[in-house]
Design a protein around this ligand. Structure first.
Ligand code: ADP
Ligand code: MG
Length: 681
């Protein structure tokens, strides 16, 4: 690994003009030039000075001004971080990985050396890593092994305005541990016996809500960076557009045929819409007249391979218009160069916990209207390099009735996972100094779930099993199934199923035009007990193919069976990580129940016990823990069957409540389970 002439051994060598001893190639030189063009560059020295002077700094700046990519490098280059690491937290996985990639290039080194990243199930870092982009969830996880975050000298909380649950918990913890590490003001200074070094906190945000952060940190200093925003002309649609995907496509081709050159950015709520719009744009682009410019569609979403995501940053070939399809990741987290036109569907997906309805389940992603603040951010993306145009696929009245800004996640998400994690840190969610305190209902619901999966006892104290569950980078309900598999001798199977459930996209592709062919192909894997063991059958079949066939025929096999290979590949990596955790907590991941798969359902039942329902005389299912009636999703292998009791992965809300990812479970399980939880208490 010493062959790389640009490899840094020490962050300070990496000054902002690149390592001086080695001449930079033209591409690397161009990158250094770009860095100097960013609005933040002029404030570099002042910024370093302020951060040096203050324990906590709140930094506010327009999207694209250079906060996320430059501030960590400035701190590294100035030596302010000493020999500790600089963490930069992001709410989203794709932002963390793609920004790390960019900053590694700016530091002229490979990703994973000086600049690395850590996201769930994926980490690229080394002992040389000095700047680490990570999700807010990952740094919360690091607290478990390093309660003072002693490896870091600076923690930059980025995109703080999004107020994700984990960002809020992180901010609360940073406040607490900074007190610990930096000591009271009179103990400060040289020769302090305190073994860990002081911690700097930088809170970064793109919107104007800095006051609240500043207040929370004893009126911390707020710094502003002026961006370069050009005028953006905004058009609203005359009527509402219920089919926003179709409407986005028509708007795109209108721009493409009528408007001068410039790339287009389309905001959509999620991956499914992105993929469907990609298909239809590609299809229509083929029918354009010979002489019209080409179209290059670049989708961007979490489940996509990082290499594919990198395509959105490249400039398109000549005579080609780039069309980026993105979720709200492109709102403030990632700035895409070349964008002159924005098409805003006005929709986003948001995590939502329906505590009363779901009776202790997971968060559901719901498509909903965006806020005014998001709408303004989205429009702003058209005016970064010159004047631009934003087409809103909603009416002006609709805009006027949008909520001004979003509600912090802590007020609308399941607290189950966080509560367990905090308890492992010896903390109590109810006693933590938080920016916004959660709802009592949500707390009760989380306590109830943790009790019935056996993570807490009746006195709401952490059990040994609960501690094991918290070691897994999974929702406690899924971790519970793995922990339970130890006793039932089927860890291998349970891990296989959980790995697929944890992947970022679904295993079964739904191709509406070929519904019959799809169900035909699926028949082969179908298990009478339902979807979980059907997944297991697929995993086993794929393993067999994967061990004997070449990559190309594996792809072909997946295509033929309408399976998402990306999911299977990702699941294999996840399985590897889950196995490592198993080894740490003493679960033998090789134990297998062979053909007798009953125990697998029992283990999943232990985890999903709150997600269960009993058959009613009228053929519907009534939740065992909530009061709602649910139907089995038409996509489930159990959709045309009636069984006495079911467990399910999630609820989907359309005109009815559907349970998705469903398995049949013997009713006797619940009697036994009840007896067990009584004993545990
Ligand atoms: P801010 O955090 O203030 O929104 P950033 O630091 O994210 O700003 O972005 C600064 C600049 O870096 C932008 O012009 C953006 O286009 C560029 N940039 C970020 N990531 C990449 C990438 N992967 N490839 C090329 N340019 C990038
Ligand atoms: Mg940023």
């Amino acid at each position: 690994d010493h062959g790389n002439p640009f490899g840094h051994t020490n962050g300070r060598e990496a000054n902002h003009a690149g390592p001086s001893s080695v001449p930079l190639n033209p591409a690397a030189q161009a990158i250094q030039e770009q860095r100097k063009q960013l609005p933040i560059y002029l404030g570099r020295d002042a910024l370093i000075e302020e951060i040096k002077r203050n324990d906590v700094t709140v930094l506010l700046g327009e999207t694209g001004s250079g906060k996320t990519t430059q501030v960590p490098q400035y701190l590294l280059e100035s030596g302010l971080a000493g020999n500790g690491m600089i963490a930069v937290t992001q709410p989203r996985k794709v932002a963390a990985t793609s920004l790390a990639q960019r900053v590694a290039a700016e530091q002229n080194g490979p990703l994973g050396k000086v600049v690395g990243y850590a996201v769930r199930f994926d980490e690229k870092s080394s002992p040389q890593t000095r700047i680490k982009y990570m999700t807010d969830g990952m740094i919360m996880r690091e607290l478990m092994s390093d309660p003072l975050l002693s490896r870091y000298s600076v923690v930059i909380v980025d995109e703080a305005h999004e107020r994700t649950l984990r960002t809020d918990l992180l901010i609360a913890n940073l406040k607490r541990l900074q007190k610990h590490r930096n000591g009271s003001s009179d103990a400060k200074g040289k020769g302090n016996s305190n073994s860990s070094k002081p911690l700097k906190i930088v809170i970064m945000s793109a919107t104007l809500d800095a006051e609240k952060f500043s207040k929370f940190f004893y009126n911390a200093k707020i710094l502003y960076i002026k961006g370069r925003q050009h005028p953006v002309k905004i058009y609203h649609s005359a009527e509402s557009q219920p089919d926003y995907v179709d409407s986005a496509m028509r708007t795109f081709f209108q721009i493409h045929t009528d408007q001068p050159p410039g790339d287009v950015l389309i905001f959509l709520p999620g991956q499914e819409d992105i993929e469907s719009l990609e298909k239809s744009i590609d299809m229509f682009a083929k029918r354009l007249p010979q002489d019209s410019p080409e179209v290059l569609v670049c989708p961007m979403f979490a489940a996509q391979a990082p290499g594919k995501n990198a395509k959105v940053f490249m400039s398109p070939p000549p005579n080609t218009r780039k069309c980026v399809l993105a979720t709200n990741i492109a709102e403030t987290s990632i700035t895409i160069p070349g964008v002159k036109y924005v098409i805003d569907t006005g929709k986003c997906k948001e995590k939502q916990y329906l505590a009363r309805m779901a009776g202790g389940g997971f968060d559901t992603l719901l498509t909903r209207d965006i806020t005014k603040s998001s709408a303004m951010q989205r429009a702003g993306r058209a005016g970064r390099e010159g004047s631009g145009v934003c087409f809103r696929l909603y009416t002006e009245d609709a805009f006027n009735s949008m909520a001004p800004s979003g509600e912090p996640e802590i007020l609308r998400c399941s607290l189950t996972s966080s509560m367990l994690q905090l308890r492992c840190l010896g903390q109590d969610l109810m006693e933590l100094d938080l920016m916004d305190a959660p709802d009592t209902d949500a707390i009760c619901s989380a306590l109830k779930t943790l009790f019935i999966i056996g993570a807490f006892n009746k006195q709401s104290q952490l059990t040994p099993a609960g501690r094991h569950m918290a070691s897994f980078p999974l929702e406690p309900q899924h971790a519970c199934a793995i922990v339970a598999s130890k006793e039932h001798g089927c860890s291998s199977e349970v891990i296989d199923v959980i790995s697929v459930l944890s992947a970022s996209s679904k295993l079964f592709l739904d191709i509406t035009e070929q519904r019959d062919a799809v169900s035909e192909a699926r028949l082969k894997f179908r298990h009478p007990s339902g979807d979980h063991l059907t997944i297991l059958n697929v995993v086993h079949a794929y393993q067999e193919i994967a061990s004997s066939e070449k990559k190309k025929s594996r792809k072909e096999w997946c295509r033929k069976h309408f399976l998402n290979e990306r999911t299977l590949v990702e699941a294999r990596e996840i399985r590897e990580q889950l196995r490592q955790t198993c080894t740490r907590v003493g679960v033998d991941y090789t134990t297998s129940c062979g053909e007798n798969e009953g125990p697998v359902i029992t283990c999943l039942g232990h985890g999903l016990v709150a997600n269960s329902a009993f058959l009613q005389p009228d053929g519907s299912y009534k939740q065992t823990m909530g009061s709602s009636f649910v139907k089995i999703h038409p996509g489930s292998t159990l959709s045309d069957k009636k069984v006495p009791a079911i467990i399910y992965d999630e609820l989907v809300y359309t005109n009815q409540i559907y349970a998705r990812g469903v398995s049949s479970i013997p009713k006797s399980f619940f009697a036994k389970h009840h007896a067990l939880s009584q004993r545990a208490a």
